[in-house]
Design a protein around this ligand. Sequence first.
Ligand code: NAD
Length: 325
Amino acid sequence: MRNVCIVGYGAVGPVHAAALEGIENVRLYAVCDINPQKLEICRTQYGCKVFSDFDEMLLDTSIDAVHICTPHYLHKEMAVKALSAGKAVVLEKPVGINLTEIEELHTISKEQTKLPLCVMMQNRTNACVVKLKERIESRDVGALQGIIANLNWHRDESYYAQDAWRGKWQTEGGGLLINQAVHLVDLMLYFGGPVKNFESEIHRWGVTGIEVEDTASAIVQFENGAKGIFHATNCYVTDEAFQVELRFEKAHFRYADGLLYEILDGDVRVLAKDEKLQIGKSYWGCGHQTVIRNFYEGKDYPGIEDAYGAMKFVFEIYDKKKSGI
Ligand SMILES: NC(=O)c1ccc[n+]([C@@H]2O[C@H](COP(=O)([O-])OP(=O)(O)OC[C@H]3O[C@@H](n4cnc5c(N)ncnc54)[C@H](O)[C@@H]3O)[C@@H](O)[C@H]2O)c1
């Protein structure tokens, strides 16, 4: 039996707990959180051990794996400590709040501890994304010409007021891009491949009282010659499903509303449909369970290398314009 400890039982911690259910020889053994109410909920619901101190939790030699679901500024330090204590790690996004943190963590996991480290970039496992990859690889679609990636969500002052770590460069590491839109950046790069160059802008247009951006756009030139148009904002009235449009020489796909469409001579055909989430927010996608199951069942799972492209892209945008937004 492999014993798991979830660290941070806020919004996404329970999604990890639910994802562990039904995986053979894996169990939720403990939860670690600084909030005693959260610990009480876990003790009652799961009958698991609880810890209020991360370092103390790491001393428990029965724990094999640690899921880090805490605020962004704690990710790298907690992941390094957990790996150094001999635990496998499942790390929520983002890997870190700057590229140096990500590179350090990569060295520690790959060269020093050589322990498994999974990064929660779950949208690559969505049924539509898997189908789109398959479809592109199995039929001659010609060269990729363009990608449009579009996200319109709602995060207002009350969202940022919930937790002191949100909305600040030092603790969240950024705003819309590093937190909400990073999965969309990842999908754009997953399909588009390496970036040759790009122009970008970030703004704080709709949310007051925060340091970070709520809106971002970019025009991307990919090495393969394709063009990407990226737009994301937290200033919309609700959380709409994100959209990705891909134009190849001989095919045209649209991923929207959790459906994958192929558009041929004006006719629209549905190729795939994402599963509905049982727990958590619909716009998180349904991939947590797949990624966590794959991780424990020895199948492919996303690592730092997979998250690196999107993180680098986000940090390059921040480097171009962080102050004065
Ligand atoms: N992959 C996804 O789709 C997805 C979705 C939501 C959140 N996330 C990520 O998950 C992480 C957590 O987000 P959230 O929305 O659940 O945040 P949250 O603020 O709701 O929860 C964080 C939890 O961590 C606890 N915590 C804080 N400091 C701690 C410490 N030192 N030791 C132990 N526990 C501590 C808090 O008490 C809280 O319960 C973030 O990195 C976020 O970006 C990912």
